[in-house]
Unconditional design. Sequence first.
Lengths: 207, 360
Amino acid sequence: MAVTTVDVTKPHVLIVEGREEELFFGAFSQHLGLKDLQVLPIGGKEQLRRNLRALTLSPRFTEVISLGVVRDANANPGAAFQSVHDALQAANLPAPERPLLPAGDSPRVTVMILPEEGRPGMLEDLCLRAVATDPAMLCVEQYLQCLQQQGLSLPHNLSKAKVQAFLASRPEAGKRLGEAAQAGYWPWDDKAFAQVKKLLQQINSGG
Amino acid sequence: MYQSFEMRNFRCFRELTLADLERVNLIAGVNNVGKTALLEALFLHCGAYNPALTLRVNAFRGVESLKIELGRWAETPWDSLFSGFDTSKKVELIGENDTTGRRILRLKVVRQPEELAKIGQFIQHSSGGPEGVLLSSETALVLELEYQEDERRGRYHMILDTKEPRTEPIPPPPPFPAFFLAARVRIPLAEDAARFGKLEVIEQQDVLLRALQVIEPRLRRLAVVVTGGVPTLHGDIGLGRLVPLPLLGEGMARLASLVLAVGNAPNGVVLVDEVENGMHHSILPKMWRAIGEVARQFHTQVFATTHSLECIVAAHKAFTESGVYDFRLHRLDRVKETIRAVTYDQETLAAAIETGLEVR
């Protein structure tokens, strides 16, 4: 019976879906020097409601000062925000009125829907915007055009395919989005990441 | 069965409320957070009217000797029961039980001369004896247990003086049986044998056999054999002779004591400190299945403590698979100067285990 546990160890917590997001936001917060921010993966949107409740019961959760929740918008950013809002309420946590507007004091809660407010998409779209001017992206687009010209159907999730193709151009190919973040392949200072950067700093400072 | 339990000023607890209690309750928490103390408080509450149980709970911790110093300011054997050793405040234990209702117990060390004199008069009156009973802080240590059940109230006094320790008046038996299995003190062999005998009387001895076969599938039969004057449970594992149960392993002996306690406490309570002691982790789900089945069969409520995540995961798995999730995990957390209880139901415990969140 393999049993490992994740403990709440820091006063500022960012909740993300899975391992890739954990690595991505962990690398970003490390880049920003945010030492009091802990990134916790607690599962996808289907489990968010019950997993948030479980998180609030964790030892030392009462010591959490600020809490951020990051979720992909996918096709419907409004529905994505609403599901987070409802999950927060079900867990007796402060539920913000809209994305990026903090609510409550104990803890102070902020929600961000990716890639940005009001737009469908996911973390991959945000990363692609950050590298839009990278010369490799021209090759990525050409690669996808080539597939079409060959009569091959494109992948269902084009954003994920583009990220993989882009990362294949880096010195160490084969990394996934989160691992790429750890390797420093995403340009943290690009304006595409400005809102995420602001969110991380805001949570780390308690607001 | 207890639905909720509250206490004030007991051991390390200024105040604690434990709600949403189930048939089987597992208490987790870091060292020195009060897991054993919670079991002790429940044990005293189960005893209902008997202040002498206060000395038993110290014995469970290995404090067997009783040193009595008389005098108004002398330390009493009960001081450690009071939060911060402050005997100026009463210990209060409140339980909601579906068969016996709400019962409040209050414990206080009686030191004031006027109160001691009153108690002396009360004892003389209730015993009808011709001699006056003189109690003073110089001659006796007195613990008062006051109970309140709906409209009924009463007081019993544990008296330590130059005579034998005694309780006045003699308390009635508790409303239901309760057993305490301490972490470090093994149940005497004769006691386990006697409990097995009681199961035999009601033809329920196979309950223990089935539970122990979980650990030792070769076990065919159990019997009580008197060896060296001590009745001892023996098992037949096909060696052509019976083997004393303790020789079959620590886990066997521990599970036997546990199941015998549960089976001998119908409609009562069994309290187990560090339930995983002596058990290999691979046995734990089966141990919990056995405990759940016997507890259901005898309508016994179980409170157990653990430090082990494997034990918690095993309990969750066993009760989920049983189809009857009559189990709760309660963790004691120290928050600043207070201790609070956090309770996981099936959904939140499943979520915490699946996401790897700490629950201990």
